[in-house]
Ligand binder design. Structure first.
Ligand code: PMP
Length: 404
């Protein structure tokens, strides 16, 4: 069989199982909206939690940054990088309460690069089963012994840590701070305590926590700071710039030694073209805006509370999430697709998430909230959801009861 014939057969099978993924081409994206096929829509599908992707100050800084050139023209190590990269790294280190930070071109690259640099054959990596794909792939590629534990089950984590201890070598525990498809936070204080007891290093992926939550002293640092944890408990903090910062790229923050070591050994940092200087300039402006404007986080929190109240009143199948990620668990793929299509026909973009991104039987609408949404937009979505979901819930998703 030719490659083309084999691929056609596999694609047909994917279509028949309702798992075929289709790309949307947007004509514009005025936060929190999108223009699709000439129609203005309200987007509840982006990770632009603070509305910074279209913030005038961020865009102006990015345009100014482009004066340095459209691209970085080579890897950071080969061609050097600009002062703006250094300024961004310093700002990220300060925002996360770490000594230093290193920017990567994406969160995927940051996770893969950091994990593979830190552990290898003879070591162990212990991961939550619902970790993001980039952590899972990093664990696989590292060649360390890969041990997984049931989602946020600290008893299961303790058992895997005991197993890892018998293997000798170093142990890295890697978890999402906020789970990207469920929106729940990892029990980081307990996880950090177990890491301390078992002499394991903790790495937290703050892709969805950075910019959104933190402590009084470090309000945008993410979920670990919100749980009262610093560098001692979480020596490897990864965050992305493509979500609350509304831009692109990512970073790892930690001790000076960690950052120096990653520059030497993180292959996804070394062997890839550097972050464009304009992106670094835009991301730096976004970090400054998020630090200067706590009202954005307050507005986001108000929107989350408003959505959850309205969804609970309408009996929608909410999950236990206090983050901007508010999935409605519907169970079967076909229902998710038809409800998402109906919402689109009413002018709302929501994520339709199916296996293999989530476990079989847990297909869901992934609704994400932003500080840029108005209460009226959220109410309109809730009304549309109420109508679209009437009589369509199937499987386990229908029966869940969660407090607002
Ligand atoms: N980690 C998590 C938890 C994520 O949700 C994502 C993005 N979906 C990533 C890492 C990857 O980040 P990026 O999009 O910058 O590659």
């Amino acid at each position: 069989m030719t490659l083309r014939a084999i691929l056609q057969a596999r694609l047909t099978e994917r279509r028949e199982r309702g798992l075929y993924r289709r790309l949307k081409t947007l004509e514009a994206a005025p936060s929190p909206g999108a223009v699709l096929d000439g129609r203005p829509m309200v987007a509840f599908s982006s990770n632009d939690y603070l509305g910074l992707a279209t913030h005038p100050e961020v865009i102006a800084a990015q345009q100014e940054g482009a004066r340095l050139g459209a691209g970085a023209t080579a890897s950071h190590l080969v061609n050097g990088h600009f002062g703006i990269h250094e300024q961004l790294q310093d700002a990220l280190a300060a925002a996360t309460g770490r000594e230093a930070a290193l920017v990567f071109s994406s969160g995927y690259a940051a996770n893969m690069g950091a994990i593979c640099a830190l552990i290898g054959r003879g070591d162990s990596i212990v991961s939550d089963k619902l970790n993001h794909a980039s952590l899972i792939d990093g664990a696989r590629l590292s060649r360390a012994e890969s041990l997984r534990f049931a989602h946020s089950d600290t008893g299961a984590l303790a058992r895997q840590l005991a197993r890892a201890a018998t293997a000798g070598g170093n142990t890295l525990v890697a978890v999402d701070g906020v789970y990207s498809m469920d929106g729940d936070c990892a029990p980081l204080a307990e996880i950090a305590q177990l890491c301390r007891e078992h002499d394991a290093w903790l790495m937290v992926d703050e892709a969805h926590g950075f910019g959104v939550m933190g402590s009084e002293a470090l309000p945008v640092a993410g979920s670990a700071a919100a749980a009262g944890l610093g560098e001692e408990e979480v020596p490897v903090l990864m965050g992305t710039l493509g979500k609350a910062a509304g831009n692109a790229g990512a970073f790892v923050a930690g001790s000076r030694e960690l950052i120096d070591y990653l520059v030497q050994f993180a292959r996804t940092y070394i062997y890839t073209t550097g972050m464009p200087p304009a992106v670094a300039a835009g991301a730096l402006a976004a970090v400054r805006v998020m630090q200067r404007k706590p009202e954005l986080r307050q507005c986001l929190q108000d929107n989350i509370a408003h959505f959850r109240r309205g969804a609970a009143e309408r009996g929608l199948p909410l999950c236990d999430s206090a983050s901007p990620i508010q999935p409605l668990l519907l169970g079967c793929e076909q229902t998710v697709m038809s409800v998402a299509a109906e919402l689109a026909s009413r002018g709302f973009l929501v994520g339709a998430i199916r296996p293999p991104t989530v476990p079989a039987g847990t297909a869901r609408l992934r609704i994400t909230l932003s500080a840029a949404h108005t209460a009226a937009q959220i109410d309109a979505l809730l009304d549309a959801l109420g109508t679209a979901l009437t009589g369509t819930l199937c499987g386990e998703g229908a029966a869940r009861e969660v407090s607002p």
